[in-house]
Design a protein. Structure first.
Length: 101
């Protein structure tokens, strides 16, 4: 069975996304739904880890996918993916990735 692993930085960035959505929408339900969509897509990608867009500018094996206005940066491994970072797509992904890791 495929796995979705998350680095501590990824966990923190997902919490930041949830908090941002909650603060801007005023709805915990909205925040949890968006985090659920991110989780569901990560599980899909864990079944086919090479499906994401290659990001050689971030690292040799780094890939990404988007969910609504968010980008999830990950690395594939034999049995799934490791999420490295999640952030809003309007952010400079390269800069945020280098800064957070």
């Amino acid at each position: 069975m495929s796995q979705v692993r998350k680095t501590p930085v990824a966990e923190e960035s997902l919490l930041d996304i949830g908090l941002y959505i909650y603060q801007t929408s005023g709805s915990l339900e909205t925040a949890l739904k968006e985090l659920g969509r991110i989780d569901a897509k990560a599980r899909q990608y864990s079944n086919q880890p090479m499906m994401g867009t290659s990001r050689p500018d971030l690292g040799e094996n780094v890939r990404c996918f988007s969910v609504d206005s968010f980008v999830v940066i990950y690395e594939p491994f034999d049995d799934g993916i490791t999420i490295l970072l999640a952030l809003h797509g309007a952010q400079d992904v390269s800069r945020a990735f280098q800064k957070r890791l």
